[in-house]
Design a protein around this ligand. Structure first.
Ligand code: SF4
Length: 289
């Protein structure tokens, strides 16, 4: 289900750049998401998206961006991908993310895109341009097992496609890495999975991996997740209920152990566990010397 709408505003300001992703201005061109990840936190009531499977396309996003960017006094990283993926299949047709990137490039703003789609490769040319200021692309990968990814992220391209896209961007000089989150308890929390992600990330040019060993569970999101577990992993819901009850933040049982192993592997492959953030224009910094 798709609905084209005109939004009132496209950028939301964060008081301070968020410490994980460095984002100062957040942008969501789509509302709802076709990737259909069973664990998606954006279904939570606090975000007030009553029907997350109905995709709202903000068709005036680019015009709004042209008005809103010049009014920003502080240059800060413009991020997208936290509430909906900027490269859902509909983007092939609407090309709104691509047009938005062109506007952002025109104003020399830094960008951090977070996606589960290899469609981002289409915009490599603009991202290379933006990267003269700062352009980061993070691929979210929670498992390297394509069969498992198809179960839990049914509408998204396979993890293999994401790794391949990462390599293309890395070879084009774009700052790229991984957000390894969530790691689903009892499903993805084994050392083999973490090892495989780090090794593949290293082989495909990742400069960083931002990890989170666990997930969130609340209201509508939790109800949806448990419903999907009943279909995809019969009996698993009981384990969650017994272990987490009404908890919101749900760390995997062996989080400390996995974090230790993860850091060891990242150090072996020279991958950072935090990303470098935008710290002013490279050209302006160079002109100081
Ligand atoms: S890609 Fe992100 S926003 Fe889209 S369904 Fe998956 S977790 Fe939610």
């Amino acid at each position: 289900m798709i609905k084209e709408i005109k939004a009132k505003k496209i950028l939301s300001n964060l008081k301070h750049p968020d410490p994980w992703f460095g984002i100062k201005y957040n942008m969501n061109i789509y509302r709802g998401c076709q990737h259909g990840c069973i664990y998606c936190d954006s279904r939570s009531q606090c975000y007030q998206i009553d029907n997350f499977d109905m995709i709202h396309v903000k068709v005036n996003s680019v015009d709004l961006l042209k008005k809103e960017i010049p009014s920003k006094r502080e240059k800060g990283t413009l991020g997208t991908g936290s509430m909906s993926d900027p490269y859902i299949p509909l983007e092939k047709e609407f090309k709104l993310t691509r047009e938005a990137l062109k506007v952002i490039d025109g104003y020399h703003f830094p960008v951090h895109m977070i996606t589960k789609s290899d469609l981002v490769v289409r915009d490599k040319d603009i991202l290379q341009d933006i990267n003269r200021i700062y352009g980061a692309v993070s691929f979210t990968i929670t498992t390297s097992d394509d069969n498992l990814a198809k179960k839990i992220e049914p509408g998204a391209p396979t993890s293999s496609s994401r790794y391949k896209a990462m390599k293309v961007l890395a070879e084009a000089g774009i700052y790229t890495g991984l957000t390894m989150m969530p790691i689903l308890p009892f499903i993805e929390d084994d050392e083999k999975n973490i090892r495989c992600i780090v090794e593949k990330a290293a082989a495909h040019g990742a400069k960083y991996i931002i990890p989170s060993f666990g997930m969130t569970l609340r209201d509508r999101q939790k109800a949806h997740y448990y419903k999907q577990l009943d279909v995809l992993f019969p009996g698993m819901r009981k384990k969650y209920e017994m272990r987490y009850g009404n908890q919101y933040g749900c760390s995997v049982n062996n989080a400390d152990e996995l974090m230790g192993k993860f850091k060891e592997l990242c150090s072996k492959y020279d991958i950072k566990t935090k990303m470098d953030k935008y710290e002013g224009d490279k050209s302006e910094q160079l002109s100081l010397f």
